[in-house]
Design a protein around this ligand. Structure first.
Ligand code: ARG
Length: 456
């Protein structure tokens, strides 16, 4: 233990196990060692310990890292409550009493807050890289599907025709926002709390700028009380993971629908689907279902930490140890889900012509028909009414829109003529879209080129 002096009895074993975080904060080992190295160097530079002592401590920390990587030290066997205690304990075994100087002008409170910030920055960067991989895959796939017509939906009712490229690029936009959210997390986590001590700084002469720079932080925190009790950066990270997973969950829902017999639009590769133990014909989209399902835990992690922080008085409270498992879990879940999503798209087979014939003359062109009337001078509200009546009539006749004769159309307004059939042509339906941000293939191609040069 790091705090024996005041106590006359050992900690209860059950309580130690209950309070121990080493099983999961072992994930912070690399960052804890970085923090300790920077701190030891600073203590040497600022004359709080000798240069030799500083060197001895840094070498000891290097040795710990090397031994851990080589599998020669297992911190879990040291019976310590957390990874920070385990490192210091082992350092003492390796280099003797001088190890006791490492904790000069430092508390585990500022140590944990610093290491965890480093972890959050690093993990956010790794997630951004993963998102970029997925964006690139979507952009490449979009290029092949600018003309692949699919129905666009609102309320899961057919609304207007779009293309698969347009649909995929919508996700590229969502992923872009996921990256921005993570970049904001990195920016806000980029403040170094080291040197804040337990809650009120130190009477010793330390150089906080030095350690901040050494650890790659762009600034030092300005209020020790806040520095060691702030977990906003964790909550922001968890929110970024949660929103990102929510996007993947929406995408997965679509993959599940699209791979059903009713949709028959895609087939997922055997390597990412499963069979049924009972029904031999089944090919199940379990990968997509699991990602959709895992959003629940990632959102739960956000709620767990934000509610844990609620009502905590300043400054550090042990409750705050509960910030780590959710963060590690959200990172791993989001990272793996991004990876698996890319795998699902790697070998997806797409039924390119699936909707071509089906949409010819479909009611999905009702809005085009209203625009047609608008171009003939009819106010949109009136055009909407006329087309509504025409659609209702077509449904009653069990006809598609392109199966109505001009005379039938003229029952609703004299302005209809032969040119009306141009509205129902699937192959030109997207070309007729003019506005920026629409699925017009020419616009989409331009956008894809722009994205390709941005991501190359
Ligand atoms: N494992 C603890 C945590 O992550 C370390 C900080 C302990 N500080 C303390 N004052 N007990 O929160």
């Amino acid at each position: 233990m790091l705090w024996g002096g005041r106590f006359s009895k050992d900690i209860d074993k059950f309580f130690l196990d209950f309070s121990s975080s080493i099983q999961f904060d072992i994930n912070l080992l690399k960052y804890d060692l970085m923090v300790s190295r920077a701190h030891a160097k600073m203590l040497g530079q600022s004359g709080n310990i000798t240069k030799d002592e500083s060197r001895e401590i840094v070498n000891g920390l290097d040795l710990i890292e090397a031994q851990f990587v080589a599998g020669n030290w297992n911190p879990l066997e040291d019976n310590q409550e957390d990874i920070h205690s385990a490192v210091e304990n082992y350092l003492t075994k390796l280099i003797g009493d001088v190890a006791g100087k490492l904790h000069t002008a430092r508390s585990r409170n500022d140590q944990v807050a610093t290491g965890f910030r480093l972890w959050v920055k690093d993990s956010s960067r790794q997630l951004i890289d993963k998102i970029v991989e997925l964006q690139k895959a979507f952009i490449d796939l979009s290029e092949q599907h600018v003309e692949t017509i699919i129905p666009g939906y609102t309320h899961l009712q057919r609304a207007q025709p779009v293309s698969l490229a347009f649909h995929l690029l919508a996700y590229v936009e969502m992923f872009e926002r996921d990256k921005t959210r993570l970049l904001n997390v990195i920016r806000d986590a980029d403040v170094c709390p080291l040197g804040s001590g337990a809650l009120a700084g130190t009477t010793l002469n330390i150089d906080r700028e030095y350690t901040a720079k050494e650890l790659g932080f762009s600034k030092v925190s300005s209020n020790a009380l806040d520095s060691i009790s702030d977990r906003d950066f964790v909550i922001d990270f968890l929110n970024a993971c949660s929103v990102g997973m929510m996007h993947l969950s929406r995408l997965c829902e679509e993959l599940i629908l699209w791979s059903s017999s009713e949709w028959s639009f895609i087939q997922m590769d055997d390597s990412v689907t499963t069979g049924s133990s009972l029904m031999p014909q089944k090919k199940n989209p379990d990968a997509a279902e699991l990602i959709r399902g895992k959003y629940g835990r990632v959102q739960g992690n956000y709620i767990a930490v934000s509610s844990m922080m609620k009502s905590l008085p300043l400054s550090y409270n042990r409750d705050m140890q509960e910030d780590k498992e959710p963060a590690f879990d959200s990172f791993t879940t989001f990272h793996n889900s991004l990876h698996l999503t890319k795998m699902m798209f790697n070998n997806i087979s797409i039924n390119v012509d699936r909707f071509k014939d089906e949409l010819e003359g479909d009611y999905i062109f009702a809005t085009d028909l209203a625009d047609y009337l608008v171009s003939k001078g009819i106010p949109f509200r009136k055009a909407h009414q006329i087309v509504g009546e025409a659609v209702s009539y077509a449904i009653s006749q069990n006809k598609k829109l392109n199966e109505l004769s001009v005379t039938e159309f003229q029952q609703f307004d004299q302005v209809f003529d032969n040119s009306v059939y141009g509205c129902f042509d699937v192959s030109t339906s997207l070309d007729r879209k003019k506005s920026f941000g629409s699925p017009n293939p020419a616009l989409l191609r331009q956008q894809i080129q722009k994205l390709k040069s941005k991501f190359s």
